[in-house]
Design a protein around this ligand. Structure first.
Ligand SMILES: [Zn+2]
Ligand SMILES: [Zn+2]
Length: 346
């Protein structure tokens, strides 16, 4: 076991504080990663505050991890000491079900293991990236290409793959009109990726406050959803709407912005059930869908895509002592566009 400095929430809704945790010994197929940066995802806050249901405490959040391999087990073949690697939302899965075999580990039916707030196959709770080291099976790490700095790469491990996967699956690309709903941590990555895929990109945000940023990151158009005219002007416009919003929405209104046979795909996860008039999907043969992160191979594909196109996330690097303030700022959308913890400060 290795004792590692970390930041943890001792109980639901309690502020995070400095502590230590034990990491398991490096097993045959494990790698030890010296974590350099860890992104703060909105879902860290949902879980640390039990917004999505009962959680495991103490909790070390963090599933946007970037670092350097510092030790490898004897059976490891993919990585060597010194490699630049990332870990996202999953650290294990059953590896045998149809979804695992298809590279959809995120939908594993045999029991996937979350990077934190989960119980690992050793029966111990998993602890995430707000820590100085992590031990992970080599099959659940991905390689960070040399062209990507570790700090801007970290948020790609959740925000990047969460937007890349549905944009690819629903064919965002040349000739397609894609709206990104929400201009936060996920949304700003959605804009960059949809633009790099060749789609015509529109941002739908509450206000025009971040319009200049949106256009700079690759959006062609930018509308405020607080303005009723937006819904009149854009009626029937989009092939695809990717909603990154985790607050409750008027789904009927957003579905009206789709072309016939268009799709509204949700990656944001409101804590409450939604209300939907099914005529909103029946008329026009529309699809209301969801998507959750992406598989390991697709996460690697996404990192390679971002490196090829020369972008990571837009970030604000913070010391660990500012994590609690950062949580409050995420909740008021006061971040451009992802907080990344410099784990040397833990
Ligand atoms: Zn996340
Ligand atoms: Zn499985």
């Amino acid at each position: 076991m290795t004792t590692v400095a970390a930041y943890a929430a001792p109980a639901a809704k309690a502020p995070l504080e400095r502590t230590t945790i034990e990491r398991r010994p490096v097993g045959e197929f494990d790698i030890l990663i010296d974590i350099k940066f860890a992104g703060i995802c909105h879902s860290d806050i949902h879980q640390a505050r039990e917004g999505w249901g009962e959680a495991i405490f103490p909790m070390v959040p963090g599933h946007e991890i970037a670092g350097i391999v510092s030790e490898v087990g004897p059976g490891v073949t993919k990585y060597t000491v010194g490699d630049r690697v990332g870990v996202g939302c999953l650290v294990d899965s059953c590896r045998e079900c149809d979804n695992c075999k298809a590279g959809l580990e995120q939908y594993c039916t045999g029991g996937s293991v979350g990077t934190y707030n989960a119980i690992g196959k050793d029966g111990e709770p998993t602890y995430g990236g707000y820590a100085q080291k992590i031990v992970v099976d080599e099959n659940f790490a991905v390689r960070i290409p040399d062209g990507l700095a570790l700090d801007v790469a970290a948020p790609l491990l959740c925000a990047g793959i969460t937007t890349y996967s549905p944009l690819k699956r629903w064919n965002a690309g040349p000739g397609k009109k894609v709206a990104i709903l929400g201009m936060g941590g996920l949304g700003h990555m959605g804009v960059k990726i949809a633009h790099a895929l060749g789609a015509e990109v529109t941002v739908l945000s509450q206000s025009l406050r971040k319009k200049d940023d949106g256009l700079k990151l690759g959006a062609d158009h930018y509308y405020a959803t607080s303005d009723e005219r937006t819904f009149q002007d854009l009626r029937g416009s989009f092939d695809l709407i990717l909603s990154t919003v985790s607050a409750p929405l008027d789904f009927n209104a957003y579905l009206s912005l789709l072309k016939s046979e268009g799709a509204l795909v949700n990656v944001g996860a409101p804590e409450e059930p939604i209300s939907l008039n099914l005529f909103s999907v029946i008329g026009g043969g529309k699809t209301l869908a969801g998507s959750m992160i992406g598989g390991i191979a697709e996460t690697q594909e996404m990192l390679d895509f971002c490196a090829e196109h020369g972008f990571g996330a837009e970030i604000e690097v913070i010391p660990a002592e500012e994590i609690n303030d950062a949580y409050e700022r995420v909740l008021t959308s006061d971040v451009r566009y992802r907080f990344v913890i410099d784990t040397a400060t833990i």
